[in-house]
Design a protein around this ligand. Structure first.
Ligand code: EPU
Length: 335
């Protein structure tokens, strides 16, 4: 059933009150194909609405993807393949995997959004990226309704990046994703950031995947705002990757600058650090602002418009560029 003139407020975690000219929710691939037969264009697919900033009403058809279902497929030895419907809430899949003792995605606990959105930006946290466990995905062509499989190579994953942010942007609705998880012998990764410290505080010497998941939930909840309480989309900007001489120059005035070496000789500098140095952390501008505990996150203090948030984002981008000569890029999809 296609509805008209529907508020998207409940469907985006920034809590922006934009309207869709046409709206439908689909629970299966045939339902999606039927909705596409209406011929209403353009089509905008929504998962959890947790990585988009709506700056105006949306013409055309908004499809809320609620395709569910988790299947355990064949796997060899220590590997198990799991196919999950794109509409499943990402963290629910993580909890399911932890309960079934399947390893590989525990470090991605509590990332907002749905399974279908996870490959689009190759979600990542605490030393693990989606591409590390990705097998393939099924997607429906929004123009023709035909089904296509994308393997890992076809997805062209990069840091918070994939083909679905470039050549294939807006052309497909991802309907399911297949993951390769571990069955018994897990490759635990808890060297990153505060995980080890949190495990110690929890009295865990030899962590199981559930312990790592719990530790990450604790860390994320202490630093990142809960979208149910304060509208946000997680990291608003990508961490910039830049030439080493840019870092050297910053070090002259800011010897405490944080950075990570990249395999190609360049460096990654945390955007949160750059933004904080420019004085934005915790700053409120009208109904929007920069989160007090993590400068990389922009928030809606209540009633903010998408335009207001976008304006703040570009003021931050300009200010970081003026101070450090680095132009930040939004990670969030601005619509
Ligand atoms: N930092 C600051 N000030 C801030 C925030 C961070 O100085 O306000 C510094 C910290 O001191 C730290 C460094 O920046 O040394 C890195 O901070 P953090 O570990 O919090 O991670 P991040 O680089 O800011 C990335 C991801 C997060 C992910 C964390 C943990 C991106 C764009 N963001 O943030 O992902 O949870 O690492 O792995 O890569 C998301 O995508 O929505 C998200 C939250």
């Amino acid at each position: 059933m296609i509805q008209q003139n529907i508020s998207l407020l409940p469907y985006n975690t920034f809590g922006i009150d934009a309207k869709a000219a046409f709206f439908t929710e689909v629970f299966s691939v045939p339902e999606l194909q039927e909705a596409l037969q209406s011929g209403i264009q353009p089509v905008l697919v929504l998962g959890g609405g947790s990585n988009m900033l709506l700056t105006k009403d949306v013409d055309g058809l908004v499809v809320k993807n609620t395709i569910g279902g988790i299947q355990v497929l064949e796997g060899e030895g220590n590997t198990v393949h799991v196919r999950a419907g794109a509409g499943i809430v990402w963290h629910d899949l993580v909890c399911w995997a932890v309960e079934h003792h399947f390893g590989g995605i525990e470090n991605l606990s509590l990332i907002p959004g749905t399974v279908g959105a996870s490959p689009v930006q190759n979600i990542g946290a605490y030393g693990v990226e989606l591409k590390d466990v990705f097998v393939d995905l099924e997607a429906v062509d929004l123009n023709t309704g035909s089904v296509k499989i994308f393997n890992r190579e076809a997805c062209r994953f990069g840091y918070r990046d994939s083909v679905f942010k470039h050549e294939e942007k807006g052309k497909y609705c991802i309907t399911s994703v297949t993951f390769a998880l571990t069955r018994n012998e897990h490759f635990l990764n808890y060297s990153y950031g505060d995980i080890r410290k949190t495990l110690e505080t929890n009295g865990i010497a030899e962590p199981a995947i559930g312990d790592i998941s719990r530790a990450i939930i604790q860390i994320r909840s202490s630093k990142l705002p809960d979208p149910a309480k304060i509208g946000n989309c997680g990291s608003f900007f990508k961490n910039p990757e830049t030439a080493r001489f840019v870092l050297d120059k910053i070090q002259e005035t800011h010897p405490q600058v944080v950075s990570y070496d990249l395999p190609d000789g360049r460096v990654k500098i945390p955007a949160g650090w750059l933004i904080e140095q420019c004085g934005w952390k915790g700053k409120r501008v009208g109904n929007t602002g920069c989160y007090e505990k993590q400068a990389l996150v922009l928030v809606n203090h209540g009633g903010a418009t998408g335009e207001e948030v976008k304006k703040l984002a570009y003021e931050i981008i300009d200010s970081v560029e003026k101070t450090f000569g680095i132009r930040l890029e939004p990670e969030v999809n601005i619509i």
